[in-house]
Design a protein around this ligand. Structure first.
Ligand SMILES: Nc1ncnc2c1ncn2[C@@H]1O[C@H](COP(=O)(O)OP(=O)(O)OP(=O)(O)O)[C@@H](O)[C@H]1O
Length: 268
């Protein structure tokens, strides 16, 4: 379980990115974090894995306070948090298998990793994960030969290879076309449920957030202004999160992107 209490982040230039956010996420729950640009979504996610140091508040993972960890403890904790990124962050010239095994780099010795000698059970687990994410048979393909959706599947397998206690997902679908984006969201949500890992997904696409997450948290100007199930997100809630007309524009743009891609697919 992830428990965040009164999280505050003020950047050195005085920018108040988070103004006291609280959120408790039980095991296996998938929470989508939505909000307009600059609301604090990335800062929120980055405070949890400490890419950003919080100014105040508490972050507990299975009862363990993370905000006070330094150096070695911080590295250990980061190893237990799976990150899935917008740009996949794969090593392009390496194979799919090598990229997935990279999820274990923090846990095997430096020499073993340097010589690419991973324990047999890690290799076996990597095969299983590749099968699970739909990439069985791709283990020897180079990462740069894959499509965007396939790359993200490698990113997901790599994150799970760490046997994480928490999944932090940052705009996982922004580089993907709408159909692939839906399949990736579905996969992340299924895996979080199967493995009983809480997941926080920072996502700008409201339709995907409502379609797949079990819970939606709306941020505006560094504060949580909505926290509830997708079924409770109505026009009034979207207006509270995005402001009067902005959310209508966001939906309209997505619809146009869908139509545009649909017509491109029909031509090719
Ligand atoms: N390193 C930084 N130094 C100073 N201010 C920052 C820094 N990073 C973010 N901010 C500010 O903090 C606020 C929240 O930014 P953040 O990137 O967390 O928002 P966001 O909701 O993720 O936005 P987007 O959807 O555009 O990525 C913004 O006003 C931003 O300008």
């Amino acid at each position: 379980m992830l428990e965040i209490n009164d999280l505050v982040k003020t950047y050195p230039d005085g920018q108040q990115a988070l103004r006291g956010c609280s959120l408790t996420v039980p095991a296996a729950e998938v929470v989508a974090i939505i909000g307009p640009s600059g609301a604090g979504k990335s800062t929120f996610i980055r405070c949890i894995n400490r890419l950003v140091t919080p100014t105040g508040g508490s972050i507990r993972l299975d009862g363990e306070e993370l905000t006070t960890h330094r150096e070695r403890r911080l590295r250990e904790t980061r190893r237990q948090i799976g990150m899935i990124f917008q740009e996949f962050n794969l090593i392009e010239r390496l194979t799919v298998m090598e990229n997935v095994l990279a999820g274990r780099l923090g846990s095997v010795g430096f020499l073993q990793a340097f010589l690419r000698r991973f324990p047999a059970q890690d290799v076996e687990r990597a095969f299983e994960l590749l099968e699970r994410v739909g990439l069985g048979g791709y283990e020897n393909s180079r990462a740069d030969a894959l499509s965007g959706g396939q790359r993200q599947r490698v990113g997901i397998a790599r994150a799970l290879m760490q046997e994480p206690r928490l999944l932090l997902v940052d705009e996982p679908t922004s580089s993907l076309d709408p159909k692939v984006a839906r399949s990736i969201m579905a996969l992340i949500c299924e895996l979080a449920g199967e493995r009983r890992i809480p997941a926080l997904i920072n996502i700008h696409d409201v339709g995907l957030a409502l379609g797949f997450a079990q819970r939606v948290v709306g941020l505006n100007a560094g504060s949580v202004v909505f926290d509830g199930p997708p079924s409770a997100v109505d026009e009034a809630v979207l207006t509270r999160i995005y402001g009067a007309d902005d959310w209508r524009d966001a939906f309209r743009q997505e619809g146009e992107e869908d139509r545009h891609l649909g017509s491109r697919e029909a031509v090719s």
